[in-house]
Each structure stands twice: as structure tokens, then as C-alpha cells.
Design a protein around this ligand. Structure first.
Ligand SMILES: Cc1ncc(COP(=O)(O)O)c(C=O)c1O
Length: 453
């Protein structure tokens, strides 16, 4: 790349990124006066790519008062914690938590010191603020089993009462398909009666049913890719397929806020891993450029493969990947792109087809389209979509394809029914406007920010 091209790109990022803060996030107040400029830049060629809509994200800053009070509360609990530990040591206060027996007192403690300190003195005192037992489906509201404690949350007793209709800000049932009534639940129930829950074999052996194949065909057409494969667990889809794609001599470039399953997959692959700043294209480009210029450490041979790992929507932050720029970079440096759409599939884009559709891009530009069925589809499992030769290869080489039991049929049925519904192929159950409303609602935004990894 020539110097002038480099400068051109930097200009481009500076303009469209509004000088990102830490993690590439942008403060709200920048946006008003930058909007015009951003729109212009995003419609112009950035890294040689054209794409169809402006991309503006804003994130609320933590108010100073909230931050100060939180740290003060933490500090006070810590000081009291040390004081109470001192009293426990001198047997002035009773210690409730499991400890090594007297004869084991010279053993290395089971917990690390601080972890144990935190559990004893901070977590136990406040755990009832969020750690409540749920006793209904994870809908927009749900029911909680009431309980009470007489010993400052060390133990609880159920009162037998149920607290009804509590707002649910924690589950990732984005489109409301994880219900115990309705078309999905009926279809899952019917197939359970007919074929049972367990398949009791792997896809490679006796566990390949027509329902699995139908699901994969449907997923491929939903994603707009040649072929797709479904796996019984979203986490394992990442952690077991990345090692099948990359290995020794390959370089993985991973966003610093990627999900644990992507991190584990990258580590298991034996590839060299380099981490770029969250959603920061300058940081990614620098790593790509260094990788091309210097090659592998010591030998300086070219990397066998460079794989970029990103997510569509980051579940803890709610940030959307700058996909057009990532695609432009991966094309420029001839790298491969692995996109985890766990939180964006179903929930983003005019037809719910995820972040690729949201930006009006071509799914063929993403080499590996990964996603899970646990969020928008209200089920379990994950998928990989892409070119047919990639999927055929994974069918034979991925550990979760070869050694794991195939997906349970009620789960398959739940996914097929919800996916058909999103695609408008189910007849009537939920009409398209209703889905658009669900996707565009404030409620969905709230859930994105609250969903736990
Ligand atoms: C980005 C991402 N990838 C993968 C997973 C794992 O998926 P699952 O929970 O379906 O196993 C999650 C889980 O929340 C996730 O957030």
C-alpha cells in the first residue's frame, strides 16, 4: 500500500469514526454536528467500498454521580469486609462459608484469597438484588419465586408465593419465540410425541434426520448462502469449528471484546492470536498490514491464512460491527472473515437477516457466517453458513459435527417454525409488521444492552 493510500484511509476513519473513545465508542454529543459529515463519508468510497446506509451509534455515558456512588459503596463494603474477616479470625463472628477443615489448614486454599473475600463479604450481602429464581418462560415479563432470608442472604427459604409479571431485562428472547404456547411450542410438542426428544447418535452415524436437513436448507436460504450446517450448541459452534478452519501457521485477528466461545476456539486452533481494539478499524488495519509485511515470527514466511473474528452485535456493549469497513479491509489484505451473528440474526436488518442485511451487503463477502439459535429463535444450538465446499469440509472435520450428538428434534422444530415465521413462510402466525415492530422497539434495544454473555 502506498503512503498516499494510507493517508486516505486514515482520513476516512477519522471522519466516520468521529474520533472514537476507548473501545472505539463515541460519545453522544458528537453526533449532532457530525451527522452530515458521517453520512457523506459513508456514502462515499471508504476503503474502496460503497454501502447503502449511514452508520451512527451512540452510547450513554455513566453519570458521574452513579459512578462515584458505586465505587464508594464498593469501597465501604471492602473496608467492612476486612473488619469482619478480622472478627471471624478471632471467632468473634461466625463464618458461614465453606472452609478447609482444621487438619487441612496447611493446604492451598480452595478459592483464591480475593475471590473468597469477595464472595464472603460483598457478593453474599447483595446477591438477592439480582439472583432471583425464575419460575416461568423468559418472556417480556416473567414470574419469580419469592424467598426470604433470616441470615443476611447466606440461606433462603421459599415462601411459596409467586411474584407475577416482573419486567425481564436479562434474557435474550429478542422476538418472543421462547414461549410455552403458540406455533413454535405446538410444533415442538407434536414432534416430541411423534419422534421423541433424544436422537441418540451423531450426524455422521444414525442421527441425520430429514428435519435436520430441512433446517439447514432453510437456514441457508434465510442467510442467502450456498449451504449451512446446524450444531447442537452455540458455544461449541465457535469453539469447535474455528480449530477446523485455522491451525498452526495461521494468524487470527480477534476483536478485544469477542465472546468467550470465539476466544476458546481461537486458542484451541493453535494459531497465533493478535487482538485489535474493539470495533477500531485503524487497529485492525495496523495488525493486517504488519502481518503482511513481517509474516510469521522468526521465519518471516507468509501466514498460511489470516482469519478475522468479529461479532455482529456485541452483547454486553450493544455495539454494531463496522462491517463494511471490515469487509473492505479483508478484501484489501486478502484475509478471511468469520462473523458471529449470535445477537444480530433475526433481530437486525429489515427482514431480520442480521448485520449483513442491515448494511445492505452481500453475504458472499463474509467467508464464515456463524450464529446461534438461542436468541431470536428462542431455541438452542448454532449454525455455520457459507460456501458449499466450506460446509462440506466442516461436516467431516469439525469435532462438533463428528463427535457430538445431533440436535434434539423439538429444538429443530422450534427453530424451523420461528425461522419460517420471520421469513413470512409460515402462513399467518405473526405478521411482518409485528416483527418489524418487535425488532425496532425500545424493548429490543434494552434487551441488547442487558443480555448477559
Ligand atoms: C457472541 C456469542 N457467540 C456465541 C455464544 C454462545 O451461544 P450459546 O449460548 O447458544 O451456546 C454467545 C452466547 O451468548 C454469544 O453471545
Amino acid at each position: 500500500m502506498t503512503e498516499s493510500e494510507g493517508n486516505k484511509n486514515e482520513d476516512c476513519h477519522a471522519a466516520n469514526g468521529v474520533k472514537p473513545g476507548r473501545n472505539g465508542m463515541v460519545k453522544n454529543h458528537h453526533h449532532h454536528h457530525q451527522y452530515q459529515k458521517q453520512e457523506k463519508v459513508y456514502h462515499a468510497a471508504c476503503n474502496g467500498e460503497l454501502y447503502s446506509r449511514p452508520f451512527i451509534e451512540s452510547f450513554e455515558e455513566t453519570p458521574m454521580l452513579v459512578a462515584v456512588l458505586t465505587y464508594m459503596g464498593y469501597g465501604i463494603l471492602t473496608i467492612f469486609g476486612y473488619l469482619r474477616d478480622f472478627m471471624r479470625e478471632w471467632k468473634i463472628e461466625k463464618c458461614h462459608i465453606a472452609r478447609e477443615r482444621e487438619e487441612q489448614k496447611d493446604f492451598v486454599p480452595l478459592y483464591q484469597d480475593f475471590e473468597n473475600f469477595y464472595t464472603r463479604n460483598l457478593y453474599m450481602r447483595i446477591r438477592d438484588s439480582w439472583n432471583r429464581p425464575i419460575c416461568s418462560v423468559p418472556g417480556a415479563t416473567f414470574d419469580l419465586a419469592e424467598r426470604s432470608s433470616n441470615d443476611y442472604n447466606w440461606t433462603f427459604e421459599y415462601t411459596g408465593r409467586v411474584v407475577k409479571d416482573v419486567i425481564n431485562l436479562g434474557s435474550y428472547n429478542y422476538l418472543g419465540f421462547a414461549e410455552n404456547t403458540g406455533a413454535c411450542a405446538t410444533a415442538a410438542g407434536e414432534v416430541t410425541v411423534k419422534l421423541g426428544v433424544g436422537v441418540a447418535s451423531t450426524r455422521q452415524e444414525m442421527g441425520n434426520l430429514d428435519r435436520h436437513e430441512e433446517l439447514e436448507k432453510l437456514a441457508a436460504s434465510f442467510l442467502g448462502v450456498e449451504s449451512a450446517m446446524a450444531f447442537g450448541m452455540g458455544f461449541a459452534t465457535n469453539s469447535m469449528n474455528i480449530p477446523a478452519i485455522a491451525g498452526k501457521g495461521c494468524l487470527i485477528l480477534s476483536d478485544e471484546l469477542n465472546h468467550a466461545s470465539l476466544v476458546l476456539g481461537a486458542r484451541l486452533s493453535g494459531s497465533t492470536i493478535r487482538v485489535f481494539k474493539h470495533n477500531n478499524m485503524q487497529s485492525l488495519e495496523k495488525l493486517l498490514r504488519d502481518a503482511i509485511v513481517h509474516g510469521q515470527p522468526r521465519t518471516h514466511r507468509p501466514w498460511k491464512k489470516i482469519l478475522i473474528l468479529v461479532e455482529g452485535i456485541y452483547s454486553m456493549e450493544g455495539s454494531i460491527i463496522r462491517l463494511p469497513e471490515v469487509i473492505a479491509l479483508k478484501k484489501k489484505y486478502k484475509a478471511y472473515l468469520y462473523l458471529d451473528e449470535a445477537h444480530s440474526i433475526g433481530a437486525l436488518g429489515p427482514n431480520g437477516r442480521g448485520v449483513v442485511e442491515y448494511f445492505g451487503l452481500d453475504p458472499k463477502d463474509v467467508d464464515v457466517m456463524m450464529g446461534t439459535f438461542t436468541k431470536s429463535f428462542g431455541a438452542a444450538g448454532g449454525y455455520i453458513g457459507g460456501r458449499k465446499d466450506l460446509i462440506d469440509y466442516l461436516r467431516n472435520h469439525s469435532h462438533s459435527a463428528v463427535y457430538a450428538t445431533s440436535m434434539s428434534l423439538p429444538v429443530v422444530e422450534q427453530i424451523i417454525t420461528s425461522m419460517k415465521c420471520i421469513m413470512g413462510k409460515d402462513g399467518t402466525t405473526i405478521d411482518e409488521c409485528e416483527l418489524k415492530l418487535m425488532r425496532g422497539s425500545k424493548w429490543t434495544d434494552v434487551i441488547f444492552f442487558q443480555a448477559s454473555k
